[in-house]
Write a protein that binds this ligand. Structure first.
Ligand code: NIG
Ligand code: FE
Length: 424
């Protein structure tokens, strides 16, 4: 047996292998399949075989490169289907203000919020922005995330939205994290269009979308449909232009107020409807029937000190596809930890740890339209694998705030390994 940490052909000595089941392969209600004391065989970055329970490595592995997992638990690399990493300045001042009793909306009305993140992006060069983003991409890998969706939305002009997406591409091109890009020029109306917001909508439709599509900078479009951001008419207009240009639609909806988000998502065959904290039963039914993936973001509810979490149980029971994501952004939730989001989903939304793991892997894969090759550890899936110091899946959300993977593989290649040591 040759030992190597770089690109193993086998991972052996797995205490457990936890494989989320894609919807078309579900034979029972169980969202994950668990195999104890087993191994994984990897070829060309894909999982080609996994062992049966208790099976030792096959004889053919004798001259292969083997990574010894020493009893750790394997899950797929986590998938974060809703993030806003293209920002420069942190907004911890808002966190302190909220802890003294101000609300997110009050802070935004006083010049904080999304608008206060524009300045940093606008005055930073593309190269510098790419460097800043790259460090954030590292943070996802350390947290066990191997694929993300990432939105623009803090540039809010033609040149600064383009710069944001170009910088994201620049950062992602040299990084193991897999990034799906989304244009979120419709995050809020920038100050220079405050008096004539529809002119900004025109700019998005007539200039920003065509240029982004021409350069291939995004696969999807997103709109923040909310009081103080964009209304239903503006959202429909942007989605019509985007759909004609070949972009898939995603939207931030029902975060603070319930509105037409679900109806619009259904109308435009949206890939995802995100937040959905205030969504009613009728809308849940429509989203389930249309197969729109619902991306739940309990971190934002928690960090804003709110108490109304999305009705996730009802959504799952109604047959909705559910993803859980961080919503990583400088204002409403700066965590990059999906294990922490799993904890919130279990405690605040009534999911089981297995359901929560499915939602941060398979569910995330559906939300970024990649469920045919990431999100599971079944044969044929990419060898995106996290190894955890955990006996079973329940331990991951249980050990809240502590959980980070020991080892992360992306397409079969080792991309992170924890090495912290206590020095006496
Ligand atoms: O998803 N809701 C809109 N956008 C972000 C907040 C962004 C910010 O405050 O900077 C969200 O929560
Ligand atoms: Fe968001």
């Amino acid at each position: 047996m040759r030992k190597s940490t770089e690109k193993p052909e086998y991972i052996c000595n797995l205490g457990s292998l936890v494989s989320p089941v894609p919807l078309n392969k579900r034979l029972s209600k169980n969202p994950v399949l668990i195999t104890r004391n087993t191994w994984i065989k990897i070829l060309d970055g894909k999982i080609v075989e996994t062992g049966a329970e208790g099976e030792s490595l096959p004889a053919e592995s004798i001259n292969s490169i083997v990574f010894d997992a020493e009893g750790m638990l394997a899950t797929p690399g986590l998938i974060d289907a809703h993030t806003h990493p293209i920002f420069v300045n942190n907004r911890q001042n808002e966190f302190v203000r909220r802890s003294r009793g101000e609300s997110y909306q009050q802070i935004a009305a006083a010049g904080g919020g999304i608008v206060s993140s524009i300045q940093g992006v606008r005055k930073t060069s593309q190269d510098e922005l790419a460097k800043i983003i790259q460090r954030k991409l590292d943070g996802f890998i350390f947290a066990g995330t191997t694929s993300i969706e990432a939105k623009s939305g803090y540039g809010l002009s033609l040149q600064d939205e383009l710069k944001s997406l170009r910088a994201l591409k620049q950062a992602a091109d040299n990084h193991p994290l897999d990034v799906s890009s989304t244009l979120l020029a419709a995050h809020v109306v920038p100050p220079e269009f405050k008096i004539e917001p529809d002119k900004y909508v025109d700019l998005i439709c007539n200039e920003i979308i065509p240029q982004v599509v021409e350069e291939g900078l995004a696969a999807a479009i997103d709109v923040f449909l909310e009081e103080g951001a964009f209304n239903a008419t503006q959202t429909r207009k942007i989605f019509s232009f985007a759909t004609e240009s070949g972009l898939r639609c995603k939207l931030h909806a029902d975060q603070f107020n319930s509105g037409e988000g679900a109806a619009i998502a259904v109308e435009f065959n949206a890939l995802t409807a995100d937040h959905m904290d205030q969504t009613n039963d009728e809308d849940i039914k429509a989203l389930a029937e249309k197969g729109v993936t619902v991306v739940l973001l309990p971190g934002a509810v928690f960090f804003l000190g709110l108490d109304k979490y999305a009705p996730a149980r009802k959504m799952i029971d109604a047959g909705c596809k559910i993803a859980l994501s961080t919503d990583y952004n400088p204002g409403t939730t700066p965590t990059q930890s999906l294990p922490l989001i799993m904890t919130l989903a279990c405690i605040k939304m009534g999911l089981s740890p297995s359901e929560a793991l499915w939602a941060v892997t398979m569910g995330g894969a559906y939300a970024i339209n990649k469920a045919d090759h990431i999100g599971s550890l079944m044969q044929g899936y990419d060898a995106d694998i996290c190894l955890w110091n955990a006996e079973d899946v329940d331990f991951i959300p249980y050990a809240y705030g502590n959980m980070m993977p020991e080892v992360v593989f992306k397409k079969g290649k080792l991309v992170a390994q924890r090495q912290m040591q206590v020095i006496n």
